[in-house]
Ligand binder design. Structure first.
Ligand code: NAD
Ligand code: ZN
Ligand code: ZN
Length: 346
């Protein structure tokens, strides 16, 4: 079968032919219907060998959806042909956090060498993929796998980030979204669906700002060194109640903390290497700065409920599996509006 692999440090991903996998006991084989392309892969593929925590080659793709193609020994409760999405941040299933569905914060995964598909385990950008346990599958029902698959990361990650900031986002509040790309354009819709906050979107790219306005941002701003002052001005000098940084680079983290108000949440989701200076006098009174990772199984169920209610509409650009390297190139160049989705089986 065809799979897209990251094969050598610093090299472009390659479309290769690999043996079709077989599901072991407890595992499920999926025929992949759609796989999303995330900027985290671009970041991982830019890391030096010392930083890379899994061996190469590895099949990419940590947003996956498919139909059940075969069941490993002992698996029941799934129909062959059933349409499912994959919960990606796999954990041990047994620790306290996993027991709460927070496998993204599994206490044992690192020790046990458990990796998410596409970020260490064989991923979704392939004709078939193996899922390690049925608890990592969510039935899609009538949801379209192509527009829903990005919700497993580009929806779940902002949802998790926003959910813990909800107490800040009361009527009259302002939420800032920095980076209106794959995650950011979903974050804007989630903020509109879940809160009465005024949503201000920042990006460096006019096309992204246009999309931000289309999906519900009340205001859009060019992300530059003046942006924080503009947010301050928009809020009568008070600053934003919550800032979500989907870039996480030094200049955006600086903007994020500079435009935050008292008792605000600054949530750094992007992995651009920036770090905030936090302390008395450096940040407004009681401003909390967090850097969360992905989301829980329960939260993914909640995100799918929102999708069923029509509250989120992911903008997708579609590619065949052979075009995956081009999709990554375009994402790297900032030329994907919304999310790139690969259709490995045409
Ligand atoms: P993307 O490329 O689709 O979107 C990034 C957006 O940021 C683009 O619209 C781009 O124009 C914009 N941007 C770039 N520089 C900017 C700047 N200086 N100011 C404002 N906007 C700027 O990427 P994505 O797939 O949405 O991922 C976003 C970030 O989130 C990446 O760093 C990714 O690695 C990270 N991520 C983190 C988690 C997590 O669990 N913490 C999960 C998924 C993705
Ligand atoms: Zn991702
Ligand atoms: Zn665990």
């Amino acid at each position: 079968m065809k799979a897209v692999q990251y094969r050598a440090v610093g090299a472009e991903p390659e479309v290769v032919d690999v043996p079709e996998p077989e599901p072991g006991p407890g595992q499920i084989l999926l025929k992949v219907s759609a796989a999303g392309v995330c900027h985290s892969d671009v970041a991982v593929m830019s890391w030096p060998a010392e930083q890379l925590y899994f061996p190469l080659p590895r099949t990419l793709g940590h947003e996956g959806a498919g139909t059940v193609a075969a069941l490993g020994a002992g698996v029941s409760g799934l129909e062959i042909g059933e349409s499912v999405a994959v919960y990606g941040p796999w954990g041990c299933g047994l620790c306290l956090n996993c027991a709460q569905g927070k496998e993204n914060y599994c206490l044992e995964a690192q020790k046990l060498g458990i990796f998410p598909p596409g970020l260490g385990a064989p991923g979704a950008i392939a004709e078939y993929m193996v899922v390690d346990d049925k608890r990592h599958l969510l039935p899609l029902g009538d949801l379209d796998p192509v527009t829903t698959v990005p919700l497993t990361d580009a929806g779940l990650t902002p949802y998790h980030a926003i959910k813990s900031a909800l107490p800040r986002l009361l009527p009259g509040s302002t939420a800032v979204v920095i980076g209106a790309g794959g995650l950011g354009h979903v974050a804007i819709q989630l903020l509109r669906a879940l809160t009465p906050a005024r949503v201000v979107a920042l990006d460096v790219n006019g096309e992204k700002l246009k999309l931000a306005a289309e999906v519900g941002a009340h205001e859009t701003l060019l992300s530059d060194s003046r942006a924080a002052q503009e947010v301050k001005a928009m809020t009568g000098g008070r600053g934003a109640n919550a800032v979500f940084d989907f870039v996480g680079a030094a200049p955006t983290v600086a903007t994020a903390t500079a435009c935050a108000g008292m008792e605000s949440d600054v949530v750094i989701v992007g992995i651009g290497g920036g770090a905030a200076t936090v302390g008395f006098g450096a940040t407004p009174y009681d401003c909390a700065v967090r850097a969360p990772y992905w989301g829980s199984r329960a939260e993914l169920i909640e995100v799918f409920e929102l999708a069923r209610n029509g509250a989120v509409d992911v903008h997708v650009e579609l590619f065949g599996i052979d075009e995956t390297p081009e999709a990554y190139r375009r994402l790297h160049a900032g030329k994907i509006n919304g999310r790139a989705v690969i259709l490995p089986n045409g």
